[in-house]
Design a protein around this ligand. Structure first.
Ligand code: AKG
Length: 288
């Protein structure tokens, strides 16, 4: 394990609580680039939406006072901002994920979540995925803004990561206020890694401070092969995406390697072959 791996104490914290916070994991320079990029994506999505254009991979919801709000943007590498590549080979993120999931890890999913007062959106209780616990699957949240109980921070029910749950029953029992629930607050630049099986949710934002989080789901290639729900071609393409990220972010300036446009075309090629992953575990009925 390289020097960016987790300590034994951090691994024990993760195993016991189902999450781990890496404070100030993202440096200021990268944080500012990510904040700028995500603002541009949101503005562009809203502008296209206002012109009646189709906005791919984006959930835009009606907000208070006739506003339109971007709630989520999926497949974020496809947008064409190579800054997101930095996160695919960020030494501390990858070191932490490898400590939990194994050395040979790839991402399965990536998205931007935006929570704001106007959208009044709740993320209902769920498990991101239910998987074979011979392995570990983690969801990594990269925080671009403060995340507090007022602006709808992540809520988890500690200890729920070990099994599949009846989410309707659990949600009815806990609502959003029971003492068994933990609010996991964060500051810009923090990274929160949670076990993809921990039951989690977030409440409406009641603050004018917006909250943006970039989410990535990681697991090992060995695990994906064992679960058997992905084709060899999918795995090969995903590995290629990570390879591109490494090549792109470590290339010397003016090295004569592929231009940004070519790299983006390559990424888009990957997404053409994308397939849906394993479904999450939600309560499909009403409970709130
Ligand atoms: O950060 C949050 O509010 C929870 C988001 C979440 O659970 C999800 O996107 O699946």
């Amino acid at each position: 394990m390289d020097s960016f791996g987790l300590t034994q104490q951090q691994i024990e914290h993760f195993n016991k609580n189902g999450f781990l916070k890496l404070e100030q994991c993202i440096g200021t320079e990268l944080l500012i680039l990510l904040q700028q990029a995500t603002n541009e994506w949101i503005e562009k999505a809203l502008s296209n939406d206002a012109q009646g254009k189709q906005v791919n991979n984006t959930a835009i919801v009606p907000g208070k006072q006739n506003t339109r709000c971007v709630l989520r943007i999926n497949n974020i590498h496809e947008i064409g901002h190579t800054v997101t590549f930095e996160l695919l080979q960020h030494p501390e993120i990858i070191g932490a994920v490898q400590s939990i999931c194994g050395v040979n890890v790839i991402t399965e999913y990536e998205s931007l979540l935006v929570k704001q007062e106007a959208d009044e959106q709740v993320i209902p209780w769920h498990q991101d995925v239910v998987y074979n616990r011979d392995f570990r699957v983690v969801t990594v949240g990269v925080y671009l803004d403060d995340s507090t109980p007022e602006n709808g921070c992540l809520k988890i029910v500690p200890g729920t990561q070990y099994q599949k749950h009846d989410i309707c029953a659990l949600a009815q029992k806990h609502g959003f206020d029971s003492s068994d629930i933990m609010n996991v607050c964060a500051m810009p630049g923090d990274v929160i890694i949670h076990d993809a099986m921990i039951v989690h949710a977030s409440d409406k934002s009641r603050s004018t401070n917006n909250r943006r989080t970039l989410y990535f789901e990681f697991r090992s290639v060995e695990h994906i092969r064992q679960e058997g729900y992905r084709t060899q071609n999918w795995i090969k393409n995903r590995e290629h995406l990570h390879q591109l990220a490494t090549e792109y972010t470590t290339r010397p300036i003016n090295s004569g390697t592929d231009s940004e446009d070519e790299i983006i075309r390559d990424i888009q090629q990957y997404y053409l072959s994308a397939q849906p992953g394993q479904p999450g575990n939600f309560c499909l009925g009403e409970y709130m």
